[in-house]
Write a protein that binds this ligand. Structure first.
Ligand code: GLN
Length: 193
């Protein structure tokens, strides 16, 4: 098993470090041929407008969209989540994969970035053993969750970790804390299934 990390812009190195600590093999993805060789893909945090443009520039946009709609596991954090959403408040061409609406920068400017405790939904969740702190950096808010999307965790009542079949998305940055539970969840529940 090999996990791809989209390495166009953003904090892809931090995701690589988490997987390395877990002993999971990874490969950076920058071209369509590289996408073919991996069993799942992480779309990191960064700037969604930049990542969106680069996906098009490098010919990855349509192949990734097609594969993800066909069941290929994708995990997006922050900007990565924005790129997965079907609808975004502020026009960024997205891959339109997960049936949610998202407001970019909904908490305000950089200075409003914060850390907060997350509530995990369901006592039998594979995530419930871990107290999870979320790092929110110019984070988006999910304004609408439609049928088929499961809310795995919330922060102050707002959905912050969501799953729809082969897709996992976080408004925050699990790659910036020591907790590996969410990366583990992606590997065990989505890539390994
Ligand atoms: N505000 C960024 C965007 O709209 C996301 C920030 C992040 O990934 N930390 O793309």
């Amino acid at each position: 098993m090999k996990v791809g990390i989209l390495a166009l812009q953003g904090d892809f190195r931090e995701h690589e470090a988490v997987f390395a600590a877990m002993g999971v093999e990874t490969e950076y993805v920058r071209r369509p041929e590289e996408l073919e060789k991996v069993d799942g893909l992480v779309i990191p945090g960064g700037e969604s407008t930049a990542i969106s443009k680069l996906l098009k520039k490098w010919g990855l946009f349509s192949p990734l969209q097609r594969r993800a709609r066909d069941g290929f596991p994708v995990f997006g954090t922050c900007a990565g989540m924005i790129l997965m959403a079907v609808e975004v408040s502020n026009t960024v061409p997205t891959l339109e994969l997960m049936d949610i609406s998202v407001d970019r920068n909904a908490y305000g400017r950089q200075i409003e970035s914060f850390e907060g405790e997350l509530s995990i939904n369901g006592t039998d969740s594979p995530l419930s053993d871990e107290a999870v702190t979320g790092v929110f950096i110019r984070a988006p808010q999910v304004s609408e969750v439609r049928d088929g999307v499961e809310v795995l965790a919330t922060h102050e009542g707002l959905p912050v970790l969501l799953r729809q079949d082969n897709l996992l998305a976080a408004t925050f940055h699990p790659e910036l804390t020591d907790n590996r539970g969410i990366h583990r969840y992606f590997i065990d529940q989505l890539v390994g299934s």
